[in-house]
Design a protein around this ligand. Structure first.
Ligand code: SF4
Length: 372
């Protein structure tokens, strides 16, 4: 079987998750593992977070009341949208699963420069905006360390040290041929992920990194580096969870700013959000008559999968009721979109009101790194 390569900076879309898991050793989150979690997030219940590496280490830390780190970052390239919300929710979930969990949140401004040429002064403003969303989503500001890559010497030093143990051939095998700026930002990410285990951050500890499936190359590189530098730092190989790559509102397989109708921003005006939802791709039939007869196809529907199941409908029974009503042709897409819009507009309104209260705290968090 010919190997396949995922580009974490590109527009690759993963069609075959089974093959991804088999080829790269990502394990499914079994019912047994789920049963060991103190609380099972809807993203895990619904298999949107579908796989993991070494999640057992985090579960053991929770059960033994030991410290662990939750690590993630954002590339500050624009306002928070549904995709950013997904990773943020996972981060907050693992932060809240145990009082012994501590978050490390990297503002990947160097990567934003390397990949999108966003100047550091611009990414500072964007990251403030992003942090405001993160706080409104429920981040605990007393148990997180927030930093900008461009200013974090501990991480930059690690990246430099790692560069001695990594060859061009290794990077090319994982990522394909890329500008050196991107290779270097991959080493900085390895520094981000392993820095919670530095002596100044409390030493070796299990670390969980929630990511989209397209970010697995970074996890593989970092685990490889952690193994190579084990004797120097006593690193524990980082754990990861993987979520599905979801479609945009128009049903395109990868969100792109070139298709603004496909992206729902958390700060979007209700008017604009409504237009996007009403135009979203559905699993409806060609005519109302046909849909009443054959039923809709919720498995293909952005309203059902990407919006309600992934983001906005917490209650499993309500979700299942909608699924069956759709399958039996008891609801048509127009009515269903109105129903979804009621739920989504309420959420957006509440979120945007909450955001207002967190603007000052976001500045403080970015300046002071952590709030005690
Ligand atoms: S009725 Fe609702 S869930 Fe079913 S296809 Fe239409 S929009 Fe999607």
């Amino acid at each position: 079987m010919e190997g396949f390569r995922i580009d974490p900076w590109g527009t690759s879309y993963i069609k075959d998750y089974k093959r991804l898991m088999e080829e790269f050793g990502i394990k499914p989150i079994t019912d047994e593992l789920k049963s060991q979690l103190p609380f099972v997030h809807r993203l895990i219940r619904r298999n949107i977070i579908f796989g993991h590496r070494d999640l057992e280490k985090i579960i053991a830390a929770i059960n033994e009341k030991k410290e662990y780190a939750v690590m993630t970052g954002i590339k500050p390239s624009g306002p928070f949208h549904l995709g950013s919300k997904l990773t943020a929710e996972e981060f907050i979930y693992f932060q809240k699963l145990s009082p012994k969990a501590f978050g490390f949140f990297a503002i990947a401004d160097l990567e934003a420069y390397a990949d999108n040429r966003i100047p550091l002064s611009e990414s500072y403003k964007i990251s403030l905006d992003n942090l405001t969303d993160l706080l409104a989503l429920g981040l605990d500001p007393r148990r997180v360390y927030v930093y900008r890559q461009s200013e974090e010497m501990k991480v930059l030093r690690l990246a430099f040290i790692f560069s001695r143990g990594v060859t061009y051939n290794m990077l090319e095998a994982i990522y394909g041929e890329k500008p050196f700026g991107l290779y270097f930002s991959a080493l900085i990410q390895a520094g981000d992920i392993l820095s919670p285990q530095l002596p100044e951050n409390g030493g070796p500890k299990p670390t969980i990194v929630p990511v989209g499936a397209d970010q697995d190359p970074h996890i593989r590189l970092t685990r490889d580096i952690a193994q190579r530098y084990k004797s120097d730092y006593n690193f524990i190989l980082p754990s990861a969870t993987y979520h599905l790559l979801l479609r945009d509102l128009t049903g395109q397989t990868k969100m792109s700013k070139r298709n603004p109708m496909g992206i729902l921003y958390l700060t979007e005006s209700l008017e604009s959000a409504r237009t996007k939802i009403m135009n979203a791709f559905t699993g409806g039939r060609a005519t109302a008559k046909e849909q009443r007869k054959l039923g809709g196809e919720p498995e293909k529907c952005v309203i059902y999968i990407e919006l309600l199941a992934t983001h906005f409908m917490e209650n499993d029974d309500e979700l299942s009721e909608l699924y069956h009503k759709c399958r039996r042709g008891e609801i048509l897409c127009g009515e269903c979109k109105m129903y979804a819009w009621e739920i989504i507009s309420r959420w957006l309104k509440e979120h945007q009101e909450k955001r207002e209260k967190f603007k000052d705290l976001a500045i403080k968090l970015l300046e002071e790194h952590t709030i005690s």
